[in-house]
Design a protein around this ligand. Structure first.
Ligand code: DAH
Length: 334
């Protein structure tokens, strides 16, 4: 028995000398000192030997166990240190992280935000759940006003709704702050629409407005010209067309020269050479009245733009639904 013990000790020590990695050392520990290890089994055998043999053999076995454990612990500590200090080979080829990308709508939103920030506009957010007052009434659309029909609105209760445009943000801002004001607001709007290539029940808009003493239609033209030229490229032709919105007077819709046919006339611009891009106008005095501004003193302009429409024109996309189907083959192109 004594010989077997010292043989096990020798063999284990030999093997430990060769073991280098933490894994190898641990494997050897299990093999000798583990629950079914050589030494553990041998110690169990000693327990079955005649009484007078047990003490001396037991003592010897325990000493061997202690010394092996110690060697193992020391070797493990060294291996750990080595692992930490292992030289870093900077010439190895790197692992390329798989990159995500920004959604095309996010890209356009960022671009629009960038342009208006540079023009000194502040960016604010408004709630997506609105009351009838903010979405309609304060914007000069009292109950029964025919223009309410232009905005097919999702009602939550009789008085609350999902905003059908971003114009209510004008009211929130002006209620809280006195002029001068230069603000844009970007976000989701909701409309009760049948889904097709150019209509969705949810899309994004940017609302911009500026109020101060002496703001005129030429300020509106100047700001929109800078905006559209930055967005669609310098010298993009722009025209203002008389229109109507209850919250602006006068109102204008703005067209840009068709990006596809460069104004010659194609199916995208319905042979007109122009693409309608946004609604705008001088803020109606009745809106100022709703927020307690003196319309004799202050004037202002406002405009609203659909983000999906911009993205479709910019990237030449013919179906708006593609933006929200999350098909990576589509999204990876941006
Ligand atoms: N709110 C309008 C819409 O959703 C867009 C719009 C038109 C906003 C004229 C304005 C504006 O601020 O002056 O169709």
């Amino acid at each position: 028995m004594k010989e077997r013990l010292s043989k096990i000790q020798k063999e284990a020590e030999e093997a430990l000398k060769k073991a280098k990695t933490l894994e190898e050392i641990e494997a050897l520990r299990v093999k000798s000192l583990g629950r079914k290890g050589f030494l553990t089994l041998l110690i169990r055998e000693i327990g079955k030997l005649p009484k007078e043999m047990r003490p001396s053999l037991g003592r010897l076995a325990n000493e061997i166990k202690k010394s092996l454990s110690q060697v193992i612990e020391e070797k493990k500590a060294k291996a750990k240190e080595k692992r930490i200090l292992a030289p870093l080979d900077l010439t190895l080829p790197g692992k390329r992280p798989s990159l995500g990308g920004l959604h095309p709508i996010t890209q356009v939103l960022n671009e629009v935000t960038g342009i208006f920030s540079r023009l000194g506009f502040r960016i604010v957010q408004g709630p997506e759940i609105e009351t009838d007052y903010y979405n309609f009434e304060a914007l000069n659309m009292p109950p029964g006003h025919p223009a309410r029909g232009m905005l097919d609105t999702f009602y939550l209760t009789k008085n609350t709704l999902l905003r059908s445009h971003t114009s209510p943000v004008q009211i929130h801002v002006m209620e809280k702050k006195k002029p001068p004001i230069r603000v844009i607001s970007l976000g989701k709007v909701y409309r009760y629409e049948a889904v097709d290539a150019s209509h969705l029940p949810m899309f994004h808009q940017v609302e911009g407005f500026m109020v101060d003493e002496g703001i005129s239609f030429s300020h509106l033209k100047g700001v929109l010209e800078v905006f559209l030229n930055e967005l669609f490229g310098p010298k993009t032709p722009i025209r203002f067309r008389p229109s109507f919105f209850p919250y602006t007077e006068p109102s204008a819709e703005v067209d840009i020269g068709c990006l596809i046919c460069k104004g010659k006339g194609c199916s995208v611009c319905k042979r007109t050479g122009w693409l309608e891009i946004l609604g705008s106008g001088m803020i109606d005095p009745s809106v100022f009245k709703a927020v307690g501004y003196d319309s004799e003193k202050y004037t202002g302009f406002a405009f609203g733009v659909g983000i999906e429409r911009i993205a479709m024109l910019k990237y030449n996309i013919s179906d708006m639904r593609l933006f929200f189907e999350n098909d990576l083959r589509f999204l990876r192109q941006f």
